[in-house]
Design a binder for this molecule. Structure first.
Ligand code: MN3
Length: 238
């Protein structure tokens, strides 16, 4: 935890440098929720979905998205706003709240809600209508260098997503020059471990239970085959 992150002047500077650094990555900005520009203002706002609620149907139905985004994701935003009002975290960006509270038991409620806001925004953007298929050439090359083949990478991602015990997330991350698959429990996020997240699959039951009941593997395979947004992963790897 960096206790020096509490002054508003340093936060403003960080926001400005982020704006400049982000000027060339319009799509990243467009996703809103991950940009410090969209999340730095207090109160935090629920980032817009990158597509209509029914856009992932039938793999993930509008019914699931309306609860998952409209209730679960929104609740994390509402909860975090209540938790940080009047605290040293009130004016910090979402990423700074996450990294500043990770690993501190007395800050677990703030961390959990902040990380879940970030994880969910990242998840929505990790999928797109008519996704799946072959990754773009530049990503395919990185995948083959790290996993041997796209299929091996896909299998490892599916395996992590299916085997995560209880609630959590499966991630493709960039660790130095190497792509890796990791899984995290509950609200935990690779953001706090020094690797760069490229894409994620939410395996909390609320992500799939309305559509797949207990068949998590069916949900995971359908997401990987039909929705996964390799372009988003490539963009994050840059
Ligand atoms: Mn979820």
């Amino acid at each position: 935890m960096n206790k020096n992150d509490t002054t508003s002047s340093s936060t403003v500077l960080d926001r400005r440098s982020f704006l400049v650094a982000s000027a060339g990555t319009a799509a990243w900005i467009a996703m809103g929720g991950l940009s410090e520009t969209a999340q730095a203002a207090s109160p935090l706002v629920l980032p817009p979905l990158p597509y209509a609620e029914n856009a992932l149907d039938p793999v993930i139905t509008a019914n699931t998205i309306s609860f998952h985004y409209g209730k679960h994701h929104k609740a994390y935003v509402d909860n975090l706003n209540k938790l940080v009002t009047g605290t040293e975290y009130a004016d910090l960006s979402l990423k700074k709240i996450i990294t500043g509270t990770a690993g501190w038991p007395d800050k677990a409620a703030i961390f959990n809600n902040a990380a879940q806001i970030w994880n969910h925004t990242f998840y929505w953007n990790s999928m797109k209508p008519k996704g799946g298929g072959e990754p773009p050439a530049a990503l395919k090359q990185k995948i083959e260098a790290s996993f041997g083949s796209v299929d091996a990478c896909r299998k490892e991602l599916a395996g992590a997503a299916v085997s995560q015990f209880g609630s959590g997330w499966a991630w493709l991350v960039l660790d130095g020059d190497k792509l890796k698959v990791v899984k995290t429990a509950n609200a935990d996020t690779p953001l706090t471990t020094g690797v760069k997240p490229l894409l994620t699959i939410d395996v909390w039951e609320h992500a799939y239970y309305l559509d797949y009941q207990n068949r998590r593997a069916d949900y995971v395979n359908a997401v990987l085959d039909k929705l996964i947004n390799w372009e988003f992963a490539l963009q994050n790897a840059g």
